[in-house]
Each structure stands twice: as C-alpha cells, then as structure tokens.
Design a protein around this ligand. Structure first.
Ligand code: ATP
Ligand code: MG
Length: 456
C-alpha cells in the first residue's frame, strides 16, 4: 500500500515551470465514475466539495483502464492529513514517516494521501528534516507536501500516475501513462537507475506488474535491473516480506518466478534456493513451478493460501541440500534434517522477515515429512488428526510431483484417508516388514485417548 511503498522522485535542483498534464475525456478513456468503488468516489467528491483537489489515483485507475478489478482504491488530495481527518469521522491518521488517512466504511478501507512534493528542487525546504536521502540516494524520510504535478513525478511507473477526476470523469496524465497502458508497457518515470537507487523495491514492483498485467518492461526500465539487483540486500526484511507475499500470492506466481529469475532478482530474495537451482535445476525448478501453479490455481478460485506452505516449498530445496551435507558429515538423517531446517530458516529470516505465525507452521510441514513414512500402530491415525496433516500431505504430493522418490507414500496416504476403518487396519498391518513399520515394537499400555479405530 501507499504507506510503505510510495517514495519520491528526485529531480535536478533547479525549479521547473509547472507542466500541464494531458487531460483525457471520458470518450477517450471510456471510464466513468460508476466504474469505481462507490466509497472511494464518494471520498473524492466530499473532499472536492470541501474545496480541496481530490482524485482517484494509482492502481485503481490503471486496473480500471485495463479492465482488471482493482485490489484497493487510493485517493490523492491537496488536503493535509489533518484536514482529511476533519472531513471524515470514520477516519484515522496513520504513519509517522509518511502520514496517510484511512477512511473506513465497514470492512472497507480507502487510503487518502496528500500530494507529496518533489522537495529536492524546493529550496524552501532544503535541509528540512521532513525529508532525507542516504549516500546512495535512498529515501529515508518523506513528508513534504506539494502539488499534484509533484505528486505525479514521485510515483513509480507512468501507468501508476494517472489521476481520475470524479467530478467530470477526466483522466489527468502528467507523463505517458495512458499511452503506455495502451502499448502495455511498464515505464519508470524519470531516470530509471536513479529511481531504483532511491527505492530498489521498484525493481520488484516492475516484475510484479509485468506478471500480473502481462505487460512488457520497457527497455530502459528493464536495463538496470540485473545490475542493481544487489540493492535489495539493503531493504528492511519486513518490507521484503510484504513484497514477497504480493509477488507470490496474487495469482501470478509462475510468471513472477520466471521473471525474477530472468532479472537475477530471485537469488537476492532466496539465495539458498537459487544455489539449489544451480545444483539440481530440473527437480528444483519443477518443485517451485508446481508449488506456484497450485498456489495460482487456489488464488484464482478464491481458495485460501498460506504463506507457511509457500515458504515451505520455496526453502525446501535448500533444506535438502543442507541436510545431505550434514549427513555426509556424519549426522544421522533425522537430526540432520532438523538442523538443516533450523539453519535454512534462520538464514532466510535475515532477508525476509517471515513472522513466527507462519515460520512455525513451515517447520511443522517439514517435520511432518519425516513422520509421514512412519505409519505403524496408531501412528497413522495420530498423524491424520494432526492440525498440520493436510498441508503436510499436500507438501508430500508436491515433492513427489517434482520427482522426489518416496516409495508411493503419497498414494498410500491418499488411499488411507478414503479408506474405511477396517481397510485402514489392513493397510497398517500390510506395512509390517515394509518401510512404514516401526523399526522395533515396544509393548505399550493401551492409551486412554480414543483413536479413530477405538471409536468403532
Ligand atoms: P496494486 O494495489 O494492484 O498492487 P498499486 O499500483 O495500487 O498496485 P500500491 O502499492 O497500492 O500499488 O500503491 C499505490 C500507488 O502508489 C501506486 O500506483 C504508485 O503510484 C504509488 N507507489 C507505490 N509504491 C511506490 C514506490 N515504491 N515508488 C513510487 N511510487 C509508488
Ligand atoms: Mg493499490
């Protein structure tokens, strides 16, 4: 959303004459106010009625022009956050570094941002501590207000800098956004290298939009990416986590993955996995693709997806490489896998801050992979009742789909889930002497806890 991602564009120090935008009429762009979410349009109308400039902007205008349903709606206005807050009782100012107003309508939320200034050229605010860059040009603080034109220059891509006026259905275009949308081109506003230096996450955004919209990345926007991919190492891991979710959980993960690899960005996000890809390209690539394909299908059919499964898949190749290494050093298989899981997660968390509520289930999915082959006695039923069983089973099928040998374990579990109690008993007793049997049987007192079989 705007708060974390919206960063300014730095122009040369001299002050420019204000540029007139191209104003497109409804008959040219074919959008009307009715195409937008009612609440967001109402927010803009109310602000205009209160005497401010206010427009729908960003992804919602872009997506509506393309015929895609927008994910969220942003309003840009000349009103300060305090003035916006004053207009809407149902609103809240959020953020300190970058103040925004959230206007709430039940569960829906409209984000309202004040036009930001291109403060580098503004001598009045030079050395002001409202804004700052580090030595490489990266933006550290960003809270200077400005005109609509300033605001347009500071957005990332031309297609994201279109302003829809709800009062007359006109689109204001300060760059070449409308034409670029028609040409299906992703083009950075301003000098691409400088814009990536200011905010390297824009490289990931270019890839995300290319995958989502099936647009090309314009040559000069694409050119610096491979060279500057390393800049992602400086991005806070919490921000990268959010970006990675958007990259892989928006329904276009396969294409996103291909583009990330093509632009050398994948290795910056998942260095261990990238190394595993070099070692064993066919199987690792197949595992990742299959995981992304099924994630995309789930997203497209509105079924739930969990980051835990996504990270389990993304890091599995690097886990297995590491586990083999530890085993070669003499560690037994089980502790080697656990140690590898620990190391891989720890390393990945330096780059991408996966919250515990997802990294713990990721580990559980992995741990279950060690337990799924051991099905004798009551173990199979205990596993079946495990809250993580479904994800672990899906993960087992994923591993098999990528060519990992498991001696038909997935098929066995598929049948076991559909089997009657007596069939299940037969399946377990047929395991004797096979790999699923416990290595040695200990006599145990019957458990007081009821098993599935015990309920007959
Ligand atoms: P979507 O919501 O579909 O992911 P979006 O373009 O709306 O796409 P948001 O992250 O919601 O993306 O950001 C809203 C707008 O804010 C963008 O359209 C763009 O104009 C601006 N913006 C976001 N991130 C950046 C950034 N890193 N640099 C410059 N402008 C940005
Ligand atoms: Mg958006």
């Amino acid at each position: 959303m705007l708060k974390k991602l919206f960063k300014p564009f730095r122009l040369p120090l001299q002050r420019k004459e204000p540029e007139q935008p191209t104003v497109l009429d409804a008959h040219e762009h074919r959008l009307s106010c009715a195409d937008f979410n009612r609440n967001s349009a109402n927010v803009a109308v109310r602000l205009q009625q209160a005497g401010f400039e206010a427009y729908l902007v960003g992804g919602c205008v872009r997506d509506s022009l393309i015929g895609v349903t927008p994910k969220d709606f942003d309003v840009a206005t000349s009103a300060t956050p305090e003035q916006v807050r004053h207009e809407f009782r149902n609103s809240r100012i959020i953020g300190r570094r970058f103040k925004l107003v959230h206007v709430h309508f039940g569960r829906e939320l409209i984000e309202v941002a004040t036009f930001r200034s291109n403060h580098e050229q503004d001598h009045d605010v030079a050395n002001n501590d409202q804004s700052a860059h580090d030595a490489s040009g990266r933006i550290l603080r960003d809270n200077v207000y400005g005109t609509m034109e300033d605001d347009a220059q500071r957005r990332d891509f031309t297609m994201n800098a279109l302003y829809f006026d709800v009062s007359n259905d006109k689109v204001h275009d300060y760059s070449t956004g409308f034409a670029d949308i028609q040409r299906r081109l992703i083009r950075l506003i301003g000098d691409p290298e400088q814009r990536y230096l200011e905010d390297p996450v824009r490289m990931l955004r270019a890839i995300r939009f290319a995958a989502k919209l099936d647009f090309e990345i314009e040559d000069s926007t694409a050119e610096p990416i491979r060279r500057l991919a390393y800049l992602l190492r400086d991005i806070p891991s919490a921000r990268l986590y959010e970006e990675v979710l958007k990259l892989f959980l928006s329904g276009y993960a396969v294409r996103t993955y291909e583009l990330l690899c093509a632009y050398d960005l994948f290795a910056e996000l998942f260095p261990g996995t990238a190394k595993a890809l070099i070692r064993n390209p066919t199987n690792v690539d197949r595992l990742l693709r299959n995981a992304f394909e099924s994630t995309d299908k789930r997203v497209q059919t509105n079924r739930p997806v969990t980051p835990a499964f996504l990270f389990a898949a993304l890091l599995w190749p690097s886990l297995t490489v590491r586990a083999i290494g530890l085993q070669n050093d003499g560690m037994p298989a089980l502790p080697a896998t656990q140690e590898a899981a620990h190391q891989v997660l720890l390393e990945q968390l330096q780059r991408i801050a996966v919250p515990k509520r997802f990294s713990i289930p990721t580990r559980e999915i992995w741990d279950m992979q060690e337990r799924l082959p051991r099905r004798s006695g009551k173990r199979a039923d205990t596993l079946l009742a495990h809250p993580r069983f479904r994800a672990a089973y899906d993960f087992l099928l994923l591993r098999e789909s990528a060519g990992e040998p498991t001696e038909g374990l997935g098929q066995w579990w598929t049948e076991y889930q559909d089997a009657s109690d007596s069939q299940r008993r037969d399946m377990i007793s047929n395991l004797s002497g096979k790999s699923g049997a416990a290595p040695r049987k200990r006599k145990r007192k019957p458990r007081s806890q009821k098993s599935v079989q015990g309920q007959e």
